[in-house]
Design a protein around this ligand. Structure first.
Ligand SMILES: C[S@@+](CC[C@H](N)C(=O)[O-])C[C@H]1O[C@@H](n2cnc3c(N)ncnc32)[C@H](O)[C@@H]1O
Length: 225
């Protein structure tokens, strides 16, 4: 497993059961099964080819009997009582939101959510905060290909985030502040570029105002961490 998958793996506590939604290659469930995870292990994917790849990974690791494979959209076939940890990684923040939004059973403090958005983390954090999830931790992993954000959350809390924190998370919850500073630097550069492209475009004015505000907040955050 690469650093990103290892970081996800490290966050999974022993428990009743875990589901890896959008498993693709199936490395995460295979590693859990091989390491003696005590509960049930589910691997799901919306497409059959990735699910077959996950089955081959499990067979190579000699753990096929330990993993239950589900062909479904999001959490549609996940038995709610059989899991207490839900991993959704390697997808856009908007896709993760859609999956959670369609699985009302997740709105229960029994479930630990381990989420890793590839894009639009602000959409995911906004949805979590709006739906009364508490964001418990934030981690950043740097690997060839970029900086990856991993967050854990549980229903029943009160997460307050400013606009800039929707993009990068809260410093106080973040494990590695060096990488947090790098994430802020990258966000500021992205906003600078986006703002440059919007100059003089009246049709962009609401977004222009928002990005200017986020840029201001990012500068403040950079001073404070
Ligand atoms: C880029 S892979 C990520 C694989 C793995 N989770 C990881 O983090 O390395 C995304 C996978 O999610 C699956 N996927 C996308 N939308 C999904 C959905 N709504 N429900 C289940 N799986 C989905 C895709 O078929 C693909 O196999």
């Amino acid at each position: 497993m690469n650093k990103r998958l290892s970081a996800l793996y490290d966050k999974i506590p022993p428990g009743v059961g875990v589901i890896d939604v959008g498993t693709d290659h199936g490395y995460l469930p295979a590693a859990l099964a091989a390491s003696g995870y005590p509960g049930r292990i589910f691997a799901s994917d919306i497409r059959i080819e990735p699910l077959h790849a996950a089955e081959r990974t499990a067979a190579r690791a000699g753990v096929s009997e330990r993993i239950e494979f589900l062909l479904c959209d999001g959490l549609a076939l996940c038995p709610p009582d059989a899991v207490d940890t839900i991993v959704i990684a390697g997808m856009g923040g908007d896709t993760i939101v859609k999956i959670l939004d369609e699985a009302e059973f997740c709105m229960d403090s029994r479930y630990l959510l381990i989420l890793q958005p590839m894009t639009k983390p602000e959409v995911l954090r906004y949805w979590l905060a709006y739906n009364e999830f508490e964001i418990l931790s934030e981690s950043l992993v740097q690997e060839t290909g970029g900086l990856y954000q991993i967050l854990t959350a549980r229903f029943g809390g009160n997460t307050k985030l400013c606009d800039a924190e929707l993009f990068v998370g809260k410093a106080s919850l973040t494990e590695n502040l060096d990488l947090y500073r790098l994430a802020l630097e990258q966000l500021e550069a992205r906003l600078f570029k986006a703002l440059g492209g919007m100059q003089g475009r009246e049709d962009f004015s609401p977004r222009l105002r928002l990005y200017r505000e986020v840029e201001k907040q990012v500068k403040e955050l950079r001073k404070s961490v």
